[in-house]
Design a binder for this molecule. Sequence first.
Ligand code: ATP
Length: 233
Amino acid sequence: MLKVRDLVTHYGSSQALFGVNLDVGTGEVATLLGRNGMGKTTTINSIMGIIAASSGSISFDDVQLVGRASFKIANLGLGLVPEGRQIFPNLSLRENLVATASNHLNAANPWTIERVFEMFPELEQRRTSMGNLLSGGEQQMLAIGRALMTNPKLLLLDEATEGLAPLIRQKIWAAISMIREEGLSILVVDKNLKDLLKIADRNHIIERGKIVWNGSSDELRKDRDALHRYLGV
Ligand code: ATP
């Protein structure tokens, strides 16, 4: 579904990605792992067109994304849950969901506010609260709900559970499993390796702007050398 090939991205004259290759198959959960500052967010933002790629190719269902504006990439069916959540602070929780609601691809069973509230019942109780008054966990659930409201085919989660309490983290992982069962493909960045490997079909490790390892969760669990060398575990 998503094929990233030889992706190179710069910030001004400083090169951040040095030829990233990454795949997400239909209905798969794929991960992008790596230490801080290795290029995970840059890769996600390059896929979404938030940062312009300098060269390489990103194809989504055989459509080339490089050179397209972010909103056009979103309309093709890519939904982003950004690092830091970026909830609209001066809109209510409900308004945050309404703001992105669309069904560009005419999904048969589209995501609605009701379905988001079914997945995260705690959001329903807070529906009139302003975005800036929500807890970190509520904001993260809302950020996932907001991305789902665009009815994407591929969900990209950057730092899915960063800074969240263990109980909230478990809720986020359960929601991701549920979303996968709906047939969505997911690319996820997170540091909670143990939880991630339970749900991932395919993993990529990025080191200094290059993918240095890829394989299944079982393969990664067994590759102690890669775990130690690239992830410090
Ligand atoms: P983290 O886990 O800390 O978010 P990351 O793997 O997502 O890290 P990136 O944020 O993609 O890493 O950063 C990759 C490289 O690009 C780093 O060397 C970083 O310093 C650099 N970088 C990131 N954002 C910018 C920017 N806006 N301007 C210049 N350099 C940047």
